[in-house]
Design a protein around this ligand. Sequence first.
Ligand SMILES: NC(=O)c1ccc[n+]([C@@H]2O[C@H](COP(=O)([O-])OP(=O)(O)OC[C@H]3O[C@@H](n4cnc5c(N)ncnc54)[C@H](OP(=O)(O)O)[C@@H]3O)[C@@H](O)[C@H]2O)c1
Length: 336
Amino acid sequence: MEGKRPRSVLIGFGNVGRELALLDDFWKLTRPVGVISSRGTVRIESEDDAARIREAAKGGMKLSELPSFRKGEGLEDFSGSISEGDVAFIALPPSYSTGEPNVSLVLDLLERGVAVITADKTPLALAFKKVMEASSEHRAFIGYRATVAAGTPFVDLARGLVGRSVTRLRSVLNATTNFLLSQVESGLSWRESIEIAGKMKLLEPDPSIDTEGIDAAAKLTIISNTLGFEIGLGDVRRRPLLEVSEEEVRRAAENGKRYKYVAELILPEKSASVFPMKLDAQDPLSSVHGNYNGIVVELEEGERIFLSGPAGPAWRTAKVMITDLLEYLRFYRPSH
Ligand SMILES: NC(=O)c1ccc[n+]([C@@H]2O[C@H](COP(=O)([O-])OP(=O)(O)OC[C@H]3O[C@@H](n4cnc5c(N)ncnc54)[C@H](OP(=O)(O)O)[C@@H]3O)[C@@H](O)[C@H]2O)c1
């Protein structure tokens, strides 16, 4: 980690972006030059500017509430100050319908040689190959550990299994659906559970991203491509969680079983799905509750790896982005 610290820009100042701005490592390991939200930017040109960003993050403020907010500005206004070897942290909301502006933004940064560290799944879920090609062609780092199970290194597990004979992978990748299922098990209706999850800010702004398996399918796509099995988000077959009746969820629990929203990959056929499934108590995934994610990988000769651990929330996601930054600084950053 020798040499001058890279400059950095933070794109997205919501739950995750604000938590990142509260971490000392963000300021110590990089030289942040600006923060960008949907409607404008704030430049960081002095210690005072940095202090104001931290204060805004602490107070849960929107970027646009800062007096130094420059309405209408965007990433293009930093083209003079962010270049090859610098870092862009991406904490944008997903955009699965068109992929934009998320995919183009990442490709543009990588093509300029800027290292990208993203919590947003969109570019990897919709354009994994393109992103990796741009990263390799322009020798620009892409860190995406925070996109799947944020707090538990599922991406590292998948990387470590490239070249092994993975035959099957089963996983619980969306913790919000664990919450909904446990509420229904305890007697609530789907509607009531969704209302509570909404109040607790556990749901995506569009709840169907959770309850129709889009979020889990995006994560499964990232894991599969990381393992070296190319699939697209559209290849993942999905069935809505809510197709299982409340009575059926409760009956299963009474009989010692558990419904989970299981994201599964069967290899080498590359069959991918996200289906609600009734699991036996002995199944390791049946014990993945609350804010936890879990993954079972079946290998050659039937051996199994089981990894389970916490997903978000935003503060942990931000810390995980710092692990990507450290990896970049230690192993990849062009020498200065
Ligand atoms: N929250 C978690 O625990 C967690 C865990 C893992 C991964 N993630 C992922 O991390 C990402 C960020 O999540 P979040 O909870 O921080 O989202 P969020 O609270 O909705 O914040 C999103 C931020 O992005 C900004 N933004 C939206 N469109 C933009 C654009 N076109 N250009 C620049 N900025 C734009 C928004 O600006 P305004 O302020 O102007 O609206 C806001 O500041 C998501 O992709 C999420 O899936 C989140």
